[in-house]
Design a binder for this molecule. Structure first.
Ligand SMILES: Cc1ncc(COP(=O)(O)O)c(C=O)c1O
Length: 356
């Protein structure tokens, strides 16, 4: 058995409870709920009190509906053309552009629509208020009636502290005002990801925050207290064998590691094929409560420089309460969501620890 991604359900729920804004949180569960597992995460979020979910996948949205029943609000953050299932499963959809409106205006009638504003992040969404004016004018002329239930954007700079977020936020707040000036009054207004929520609390006039990483227990930016973010996951793998190297010997592809002196290396049953980012090589892992440097990462294997304290029956930890995902974000290994998103669900074992 190779690497195991272990999640503590009670810790997961505790974090979701302590981070959410009660009654006003949309949980982002895209990409298999940041790889915590869609079904596990939705169930745990529901236990924590969350009733609204956002994802990019229609298949996932349908699963959420089947799990949560009619009481949940489920929103698709990507534009969809699967209007049949959006209707059948009461999924809120996103309107990202005048072009999408022009193509699908007939099909959009009767659906709950969230208008998206592109803002500085500019991945998708209306570029400015003239695009909404165009849509409203065309609706009038074509006799189209649409239900603009929601209005949203996504911030790309809320974890940065160089002033761009302030501009991004100001542009958005002006857009919200302009939308209302046109007589559109969405009941659900949501813009803030974890970093923006921590920095600003809920914006005035907004109904929800739309949170991902903070709910999953990683800090959205470095300058925050670890105690406010309980990481509910542990990633570990077993040792397969030991190698004894003499000074000058090499190991791994392209001699990834070269022994400066005689040393012992543990070969561990996990690699970048399982989702450990290659950038993690050079940083530490933990064995028997002590830290040891990762000498090299291969597709299915990891070489760790060890000493005689380490025995073959010990597990090697890549993430645990001391080896935090957000710590490696700070150290430049990869963003929190990059580290989580890389985890290979097919090759890693998964264990949920339930409180009994
Ligand atoms: C559209 C959208 N909203 C919300 C989030 C949640 O962001 P975070 O995980 O930083 O809270 C994401 C994450 O990438 C997103 O793409």
């Amino acid at each position: 058995m190779g690497g195991i991604f272990q999640i503590d359900e009670a810790q997961f729920i505790k974090q979701a409870k302590q981070f959410q804004l009660p009654g006003q949180t949309i949980a982002v569960v895209k990409n298999n709920a940041y790889n915590y597992g869609l079904e596990f995460a939705v169930k745990a979020f529901a236990i924590s009190g969350i009733r609204a979910f956002a994802t990019t996948s229609v298949d996932d949205a349908v699963k959420i509906r089947q799990m949560c029943g009619d009481s949940a609000d489920i929103m698709l953050m990507n534009p969809t053309t699967d209007f049949k299932r959006a209707r059948m499963f009461n999924l809120d959809i996103t309107l990202p552009s005048p072009g999408y409106y022009d193509t699908y205006k007939e099909e959009l009638q009767g659906l709950n629509i969230h208008l998206e504003y592109a803002g500085l992040f500019n991945r998708s969404g209306l570029a400015d208020i003239t695009e909404l004016k165009y849509i409203l004018e065309d609706m009038k002329q074509s006799g189209i009636e649409l239900n603009f239930k929601g209005l949203w954007t996504h911030f790309g700079y809320s974890d940065e502290f160089d002033g761009i977020y302030e501009t991004e936020r100001a542009n958005w707040l002006q857009f919200v005002k302009d939308v209302k000036t046109l007589g559109v009054e969405p009941s659900v207004i949501h813009a803030q990801n974890s970093a923006s929520y921590v920095r600003d609390g809920l914006f005035n006039g907004h109904s929800h925050v739309r949170l991902g990483i903070g709910l999953y227990g990683s800090k959205p930016y470095a300058d925050l207290d670890d105690r406010d973010f309980i990481q509910p996951a542990v990633l570990s793998a077993p040792i397969i064998q030991f190698r004894s190297l003499t000074a000058g010997m090499t190991l791994g592809y392209g001699a990834a590691f070269k022994a400066d002196s005689d040393c012992k290396v543990a070969i561990v049953d996990i690699g970048y094929g399982d989702g450990v980012l290659r950038a993690r090589a050079g940083f530490e892992c933990e064995i028997g409560g002590r830290t040891y440097p990762i000498a090299a990462l291969m597709m299915s294997h990891m070489a760790v420089l060890v000493d005689d304290e380490v025995t073959a029956d010990m597990d090697v930890y890549l993430y645990n309460s001391r080896l935090r995902i957000d710590k490696y974000t700070e150290l430049g290994v990869g963003a929190n969501s990059e580290q989580l998103g890389a985890l290979n669900y097919q090759s890693l074992g998964r264990e949920i620890i339930y409180d009994v």
